[in-house]
Design a protein around this ligand. Sequence first.
Ligand code: NDP
Length: 450
Amino acid sequence: MTYIHDTIVRLQKTSPAQAEFYQAVEEVLDSLQPILETSEQYKRHAIIERMVEPERQIMFRVPWVDDQGNVQVNKGYRIEFNSALGPYKGGLRFHPSVNAGIIKFLGFEQIFKNALTGLPIGGGKGGANFDPKGKSDGEIMRFCQSFINELYRHIGPTTDVPAGDIGVGAREIGYMFGQYKRLTGNYDGVFTGKSLLWGGSLVRKEATGYGCVYFAEYMLESKGDTLAGKTCLVSGAGNVAIYTIEKLYQLGARPVTCSDSSGTLYHEAGINLDTLKQLKEVRKVRLNEYLVVHPDAKFIPVEDYPADGNAVWRISGQLAFPCATQNELSEADAKTLVANGCIAVSEGANMPSTQDAVEVFLDARIHYGPGKAANAGGVATSQLEMAQNASMQRWSFEEVDEKLKVIMKNIFLSASSTAAEFGEPHNLVLGANIAGFRKVADAMIEQGVV
Ligand code: NDP
């Protein structure tokens, strides 16, 4: 305990004001206790001390010109956290809340997530405090080009391979790839999440959401249950949420909610997927416009949310899929979910449940799939995109989807068997953290003090 406490105190001194990063580190270190106690080589090689310190952090100015001719300046980041298992791999987030602490928490989580996939990829993350909302296409393009004017020198298909995240989809990846190609002259697999027209992989767009639902299905299957006929709560209305909803329907479940930063939508008959895609993928408008087409649905604006949590989780449902952002599910939300008969939580987003909320799920012994396991389908399919690019092949939708299913099953088995090995079979947080940690730590030891 003092080892973990000392590590957090040291981080607070050397990397001040990074609350989300300390939260992610604490959660991982807490669950590593059993392995740290029994395997002294990790201490001897200072694995924890090395793991919590990124191999490299790049911070840079991103100047660009808006449509009115004004010069704007944002802050760009790329955190290359750990390359023990392969090139740095992780998304770019464009959101006004982005800061060094958020990118570090995401990069730290990414190390273990990528290890869990069993694929040869290290952990990294990046982004900018840029708000794409309300920006014209031209502004987005100029911002992406300026971002790459600095980042291009740090990335490459065998060194660091960024992808999308909040605020970064195929359009942004396209503008960034174009500028990278112009600056380097290389047409290579430096980004994943590319358009299908020029090097993207089928299923990449759907992969995080689909994978998160497969993970839920494997959790239920382990107790002889299935998703068919279950009422599901989903938060978010972006890439992950939309394809979570799509796969839930395909497996016979009924998703009744989604949300964005303006509020929560509740449609008891089931969220209409075509309308949702039209609003969010095509028109890029607020969720309350859904009511124009479906007046029987309800919209709860954020101003009416409970003071201690999020309206999505106060609706009754058997499974919960948090797919928006970090810390969007509080302890009070978790208690309400459990009281309302929720039997499983599968996290599409990164660290969406607070640490207290996670404790509630674990104490209640419901199925709980932490983000680093349940949402690893996105990065796994990114690696499949890299493999297709490197071998100049194009696999079919069915082929990639089948590989995704196998990877998700293996992640579930790896997390659950490791949890059982350490005497807590229901605890996939402990299982996922130890399984991921062991792979990275053992590789670091074999590669020497670097
Ligand atoms: P998108 O930008 O496509 O969608 C994000 C959604 O979450 C939007 O509906 C957005 O609403 C909502 N949201 C974002 N921030 C907030 C906030 N602070 N408060 C309330 N709502 C918010 O992102 P993704 O779907 O790609 O990502 C969602 C989550 O999944 C993130 O945690 C991401 O890190 C994680 N993830 C994504 C992967 C991927 O492949 N894309 C892979 C693994 C994890 P609004 O538009 O109104 O802001």
